[in-house]
Design a protein around this ligand. Structure first.
Ligand code: ZN
Length: 218
């Protein structure tokens, strides 16, 4: 019989407290949520628990990083990098595969990507050297890239990363651009924060009725 171990919620079997600790590693999951998840899986959804364990093991075993863009992939080259239909002259740099998926969902971009799998954040143990940025620089030098779009987040770390990358890519013969900031689609100025509004003013673009005519792709 497993010896009981003390936990924040009282006394529970060591195996259960181990599961709770493991679930606590997930972002945004605290001890109470982890305890609820553990009890739910074991008491009400044992088939789901088995599926979860198998899917996790499968992902750990079979996923690797795409040789070209660094995102997760089951094959050496991911589907996008292997596609002959993507515009290889444009390279969009994002922090995570989730960011890449968000941009893909817009269907407004047909170029390729480079996924940093992180961002420059020395305080969190992520100095620039930890991001393997030389792979990105090599790719820009070796391939027919004409524009690098910096699509890192507009957080302090994302901005620091974009700043570092722009310095790294200076004089490499490519145009370096950054995602624009501004008023959201459907947004009313009354509810936009002053920082975003100021940025939208500074980064305003030319406007004409011709550019807004129906059926015209932006
Ligand atoms: Zn790829």
């Amino acid at each position: 019989m497993a010896s009981p171990a003390a936990s924040r919620g009282g006394v529970m079997p060591r195996v259960l407290s181990g599961l709770q600790e493991a679930l606590c590693r997930l972002p945004g999951v605290g001890p109470k949520s982890a305890q609820r998840m553990a009890y739910h899986l074991l008491q009400h959804d044992r088939a789901g628990a088995t599926q979860l364990a198998a899917a996790l093991q499968h992902a750990l075993t079979d996923l690797r990083h795409c040789r070209r863009c660094n995102t997760f992939s089951e094959t050496e080259l991911c589907e996008r990098c292997a596609s002959p239909h993507r515009d290889a002259t444009r390279l969009c740099v994002v922090e995570t595969p989730i960011d890449m998926n968000m941009l893909e969902q817009t269907q407004a971009y047909q170029g390729l990507y480079y996924v940093l799998m992180g961002r420059v954040s020395p305080l969190d143990g992520m100095p620039p050297q930890a991001l393997a940025l030389e792979k990105l620089v090599e790719r820009v030098a070796d391939e027919k890239v004409e524009e690098v779009i910096l699509a890192t987040n507009y957080t302090n770390e994302g901005e620091a990363t974009a700043h570092y990358l722009s310095a790294l890519l200076a004089n490499k013969g490519v145009t370096v651009s950054r995602l624009a900031r501004g008023v959201p689609v459907g947004g009313e100025l009354e509810f936009v924060d002053p920082g975003t509004l100021a940025q939208a003013l500074r980064e305003r673009i030319g406007y004409s009725c011709a550019a807004r005519s129906p059926g015209k792709t932006p």
